[in-house]
Every structure is written in structure tokens, then in C-alpha cells.
Design a protein around this ligand. Structure first.
Ligand code: SF4
Length: 195
């Protein structure tokens, strides 16, 4: 019998597939229910998210919710918003910032999760890893060029975004069009989802 979403989520929460590579151990952080209409594909939990088990529960999440025009209540309702990072567990610290999402995670789980979300109408690809995996050869030479070409991807149901992390503030400051144009359109699109 094919697995349903609840069984799949239980398997993910019990996953230890790349545990030896996770300095703080496995703790998958994601949310999804079949009725979700907005899908957010981010990178991987940071330390604070790992400790609380709540996705985007940090300054990046505050800025993302502001970009979306969503309250925390709307954002954390898995019947409205599916949150699937490229790596479900905190990968640990690098010299600068966090390590990349574990590469084992997306190929292991996303292909099984996505068909369980039949009502998704818009998918946000937040940052380089999500864009590389989901846009493949359609993405541009740099993240900035991919995000600038956002209109190309809307017919596919994808919207590439820069990362809302405070560490990305210099890029956001150098690219005022992002908040003046793209974020304005993003809020309009999210309003049409009636979350
Ligand atoms: S990062 Fe993904 S593959 Fe690795 S233990 Fe966590 S859920 Fe499993």
C-alpha cells in the first residue's frame, strides 16, 4: 500500500540516515499537510531552529514573514504553508556561517513529499541550494541573476528569492529592486492564495 503523508512524516522524523555527519544529531525540522497551498524550500535549520524545533524561528524567519505579509499564526499552519528545507537537520557551523544542507536529504525525501502536496500553487526557492536543485539548468550564472529573472519562473510555479538572513543584508542593500518590485509582487501572489 502506498504511504500517506502522516506515515511519511513519521519516517522523516525518525530518520538517522546521515547522523554521523551531523554534529548535533538528527532533528528534522519541517511542516506539511496535504492542504498546503504555499511551499517554502529553504536551506537547513540553523542552531536556534534546531534547539526549538520550529522552522524559520529566527530573524531570517521574521523577515521572510514580513516579505510574505503573513502572521506567525498563518505561517505556522501546515494546512496553509509547507516548509521543506533542502536539509531537514541542522548541519553544524562552518568557519563562516553554517555548513551547507546535507546533500543526502533532498534526494531521499523531497521526491516522496512533493506528490503528497497536491494543492501547492506557489513554491518559493529561498537561496542557492533550493534554486540549484529545483531549477537545474534553468537557473542563471549567479543567485542574483536568477532572482532578477524571477518572472521567467512564475509560469512553472516557482519564485526564486534571496535569503532573508541578516547576513544577506549587504546584497539586499545593493539590490533595492528586490524589495521594491519582487517583494511587492510576492505579497500580492500570497494574498491570492487566501491563506
Ligand atoms: S538531514 Fe535529512 S537525511 Fe540526514 S538525518 Fe536529517 S532527515 Fe535524515
Amino acid at each position: 500500500m502506498p504511504e500517506n503523508l502522516q506515515q511519511l512524516l513519521a519516517r522523516i522524523h525518525a530518520c538517522t540516515h546521515c547522523a554521523p555527519a551531523l554534529p548535533h544529531g538528527p532533528r528534522p525540522v519541517l511542516q506539511a499537510q496535504r492542504e498546503a497551498r504555499l511551499r517554502i524550500i529553504g536551506q537547513a535549520p540553523g542552531r536556534k531552529v534546531h534547539e526549538t524545533g520550529i522552522p524559520w524561528n529566527d530573524p531570517s524567519g521574521d523577515r521572510l514573514r514580513d516579505w510574505l505579509g503573513l502572521t506567525r499564526e498563518q505561517f505556522y499552519d501546515p494546512r496553509k504553508v509547507a516548509i521543506l528545507p533542502m536539509g531537514f537537520c541542522y548541519p553544524g557551523k562552518a568557519e563562516s556561517g553554517d555548513l551547507p544542507p546535507r546533500p543526502e536529504c533532498t534526494p531521499r525525501w523531497h521526491g516522496r513529499l512533493n506528490p503528497q502536496l497536491p494543492d501547492i500553487r506557489l513554491t518559493l526557492l529561498v537561496g542557492h541550494y533550493a534554486q540549484a536543485y529545483y531549477l537545474g539548468s534553468r537557473r542563471k550564472a549567479t543567485l542574483g541573476k536568477t532572482v532578477r529573472a524571477w518572472k521567467e519562473y512564475l509560469p512553472l510555479g516557482y519564485l526564486p528569492l534571496a535569503h532573508p538572513s541578516p547576513r544577506n543584508q549587504p546584497w539586499l542593500a545593493q539590490n533595492p529592486w528586490f524589495e521594491k518590485q519582487l517583494v511587492v509582487e510576492l505579497r500580492r501572489l500570497v494574498r491570492t492564495l487566501d491563506l
